[in-house]
Design a protein around this ligand. Sequence first.
Ligand SMILES: [Fe+2]
Ligand SMILES: [Fe+2]
Length: 372
Amino acid sequence: MILLHLSDLHTSRFGSRMVEIAHGPARVARGEGWTTAQDLPEGWRVEARRAEGRALQLRDALRLVDDQGKIHQTLKIKGDLSEADALARLRDLAGRRRQTHWLALANDLPTPQRVAELLQHDPANTNLRFCRLAWMLRQEPADLLLITGDLTDDGDGYELIQVALQPLIDAGRVLALPGNHDLYPAPPLWTARELRKPESDKLRAWGRFASHLGIPAVGSFLREIAPGVLLACVNSCHRPAVPASASGAVPNAHLQALSGALDAAPRDATRLVALHHHVVNLPANGLGLPPFQPGMRLRNAREVLDWLRRERIDAVFNGHRHIGYRYQPSEGPLFLSAPSSTSGCRSGADPYLWRVEVDHRGLQGVTPLPVR
Ligand SMILES: [Fe+2]
Ligand SMILES: [Fe+2]
């Protein structure tokens, strides 16, 4: 069988969030002196603040605010930028943002040609990049898509994923695991209180998506994905008490339950494991085990690694780091880490998936498959 391993889609409300994180926290419109300069469709508006009479402000400024009160861009009126130009730019941005809202894309999935056009104006948009990926996946001759978590950036976009992958989901060819972004509350320093979703809402959204795929929303489970090929889907998204941490852990009870299921399965089957967090790092960073990575690591990586060896696991798939690598230690399974299938690799490499050929005898081939 052919398995495609992808990860970290990070779909979001407008697809722009990963970019916004790089430029600063998601802010909401507050502050004195701002008044509505122009109302835009669907509850959006342009607000203005005048410099006149303000001791600390030298220029007039305009900002684009969405229906939730979130600021998308602020422009100062100076030099070549007239107020009319600034207003036109912000109106244009509002139009483009509304076009890439996950719901707009899900209601009317753009054709591959239209996706390419939209990407020309907004090349880093994760919602658009996901649409491009989905069209590619629909063409790809694969038996199973395995998505190892962070499908969404903050619980937004499952419906877009459902619509875009519907033919594959209907054929029972999609398995997914949650990532910290899907389940943990958004970090307080990055997201204004008004925009933070309750954890229970995120869990419910994941649960609806999981039931759509026909998989359990909580816990870990074992599936026979082809004759003589077993895949354990392990939920590593158990957050610590520390706020803003993205670290994970696999509860002992999950490992024990999976051991029981594996004991009951044929001994000579090929054994695969998928989880969001990384059990080992790039070999260059040490001898496999993740070094001290506050806020990112799998907290019981040592225990999980011992379990993988004990259970004679052949290969382990993970996401989370947005770094793609393969690592085969002398003892133990092959580790395959997928970069973000929309944003690419932190090294700067373009997005790619792992294409894995596997049968009851073991892994028959592992190759990177670039996202076209
Ligand atoms: Fe991620
Ligand atoms: Fe993650």
